[in-house]
Design a protein around this ligand. Structure first.
Ligand SMILES: Cc1ncc(C[n+]2csc(CCOP(=O)(O)OP(=O)(O)O)c2C)c(N)n1
Ligand SMILES: [Mg+2]
Length: 327
């Protein structure tokens, strides 16, 4: 890994702040669903926090993000405000889409969060469109598409990478390889040993990193961003990771190897990075504990705000759906 892109101490601490927020937010989401205060489909990202915490720290606020149903970690890392997020997942008027998008269709253009999609593989062509717009208007904004390992077997993955390579679009394709697509293990569906190798077929860089090591993710991302902004085209970044809580909330995990899951959880990347920050003298135990307490109280506030917010009225049903004032 190119060491000139390694994050300094302040950047590592910034990455940890985001990791702490993502972890606490996932834990709270599962708790709120369990207590029955909120009913929603929920795709836990617990275990995958280091990836967006690191890649988003290497981006500007106005760079674009297109993410998927398992993407709340991506959006929070990119800067979606907690209150707007919680109000949206609770279906309330104060949400990012006035409560009409729900947990799988969040957007927040003020931080470049343009689309969340449940259609596997569709984040990539959409990111291409945004990147093409950047290229045409020379605004310097890069576009990031995140997706899973399963999505790399969809036609849109191949079509999007090919076009981005030919047009040298400022786009970064980030595959969060958690080794499962729904309830099927990677090897049963995917011919390639490494998804990053698929980049060779399209003549672009394909980089595989340990997605549980935010320092590796950050360094690879910096290089990809620099390349994109310099007009050199796309990068495929494969981040190896594991989802701790199955495909969707309530998943009984019967299809999973219990040992594999236990081993992944025993190597939880969050406490490992936390301990490393202390060992490297980047932060003290007290500083990190204060960060964690702060995110908990921000989440407390956001949940209460969201649950006190009203549901959209019936008059909202067709608003923002059909063009208005057009003959
Ligand atoms: C086009 C399409 N085909 C199938 C599905 C059903 N589906 C939803 S999630 C999923 C698995 C995707 O796995 P992966 O890309 O690895 O992402 P992960 O959920 O592991 O983050 C599938 C097949 C879908 N939503 N869209
Ligand atoms: Mg997957």
């Amino acid at each position: 890994m190119a060491s000139n892109y390694a994050p300094d101490g302040a950047t590592q601490l910034e990455i940890y702040k985001r990791i702490a927020l993502l972890k606490a937010n996932d834990e709270r989401s599962r708790k709120v669903i369990m207590t029955g205060r909120l009913i929603m489909p929920y795709y836990s990202y617990r275990g995958q926090e280091c990836i967006p915490a690191a890649f988003a720290t290497a981006l500007n606020d106005d760079d674009y993000l297109v993410t998927i149903y398992r993407g709340i970690h991506d959006m929070l890392a990119k800067g979606m405000p907690l209150k707007d997020l919680w109000a949206e997942i609770a279906g309330r008027v104060d949400g990012t889409c006035k409560g009409k998008g729900g947990p799988m269709h969040l957007t927040y253009p003020a931080k470049g969060i343009m689309v969340t999609t449940g259609i596997v593989g569709s984040s990539m062509p959409i990111a291409n469109g945004l990147a093409w717009g950047s290229q045409l208007s020379k605004n310097g904004r890069v576009a990031v598409a995140t997706f899973g390992d399963g999505a790399s077997n969809i036609g849109a993955f191949h079509e999007a990478i090919n076009l981005a390579a030919v047009w040298k679009l400022p786009v970064i394709f980030i595959c969060q390889n958690n080794l499962y697509g729904e309830h099927t293990k990677y090897e049963k569906t995917t011919s390639a040993e490494r998804i990053a190798d698929r980049a060779k077929a399209y003549n672009i860089p394909g980089v595989r990193v340990n997605g549980n090591d935010p320092i590796e993710v950050y360094a690879a991302m910096r290089e990809a961003v620099e390349r994109a902004r310099a007009g050199e085209g796309p990068t495929l970044l494969e981040c190896m990771t594991f989802r701790f809580y199955g495909h969707v909330f309530g998943d009984a995990d019967a299809y999973m190897d219990k040992g594999e899951k236990a081993a992944a959880m025993a190597n939880d990347p969050v406490p490992i990075f936390r301990a490393r920050l202390i060992a490297d003298g980047i932060a003290t135990e007290e500083q990190l504990a204060a960060i964690e307490a702060e995110v908990e109280s921000q989440i407390d506030e956001a949940v209460e705000f969201a649950l006190a917010s009203p549901f959209p009225g019936l008059e909202e049903l067709t608003k923002d759906v059909y063009a208005e004032g057009v003959a």
